[in-house]
Design a protein around this ligand. Structure first.
Ligand code: DX5
Ligand code: ZN
Length: 213
């Protein structure tokens, strides 16, 4: 079943608890939390304290934490301790990405590996055995509400052709308009910020996403 991970970047910051509860009531699978450092991406968002607060308030909700930051090694344990269920780092950070993925796994947390639109699947071939999930960015990371890049559907195909059997997640501009296409290309987890947080009918939307073959 295709999972939904609403991105709380699109939540009303002063009504975070209400908006997350609304997603839970609508039947969400995961919650996507974007961490931005104003360096790897030109924006700044959230911290481990929010992840911890969410985990304490909603202990049954898997938190899918997307680290858009340089030097994530300093924060892997911090986010694992805070309650992340999935912790995703970017392939473009350089250094020993494989070792970081192994560190995440060693904490009993699912290790995610993200690629920006300009990074081809081939560039992460050697890292695939270390990744429980590959997050394919379908916009340039940094901001919600951008237009979906349909060229990235081919990257999902490329990863499967390379024999990758882990989870595939897409993030950026995902909506009810492109979700069936994404599923047809093997998507397992749909991050949806604007499209789900601002939907008037989130329960219906999630039901139809869950019904996709
Ligand atoms: C963008 C973030 C996304 C963002 C998606 O860099 O990684 O998770 O919240 O927002 P939408 O779904 O509005 O494109
Ligand atoms: Zn994200």
């Amino acid at each position: 079943m295709l999972k939904v991970a609403p991105s709380i970047l699109a939540a009303d910051m002063l009504n975070m608890e209400r908006d997350v509860q609304r997603m839970i009531d609508a039947g969400t699978d995961w919650l996507h939390v974007d961490i931005m450092d104003a360096h790897f991406v030109p924006n700044l968002s959230y911290s481990p304290a929010l992840v911890e607060a969410l985990h304490v308030r909603f202990p049954a909700l898997p938190l899918d934490v997307h680290l858009m930051m340089d030097n994530p090694e300093k924060y892997i344990d911090v986010f694992c301790d805070a309650g992340a269920s999935v912790l995703t780092i970017h392939a473009e950070i350089g250094g020993d990405v494989a070792a970081l993925l192994r560190r995440i796994r060693a904490r009993g947390v699912m290790a995610g590996l993200s690629v920006k639109p300009g990074t081809p699947a081939e560039a992460i071939r050697h890292l695939l055995p270390e990744a429980d999930m590959v997050l394919v960015m379908t916009v340039e990371p940094g901001f919600g509400g951008q237009k979906f890049n349909a060229d990235m559907l081919g990257k999902l195909d490329d990863l499967r052709k390379m024999g990758y059997t882990g989870l595939l997640e897409a993030d950026g501009g995902v909506s009810m308009k492109n979700i069936a296409d994404l599923r047809a290309h093997g998507l397992d987890v749909a991050v949806m910020g604007t499209a789900m947080l601002r939907s008037q009918t989130p329960a219906e939307d999630m039901t139809s996403i869950h019904a996709l073959a």
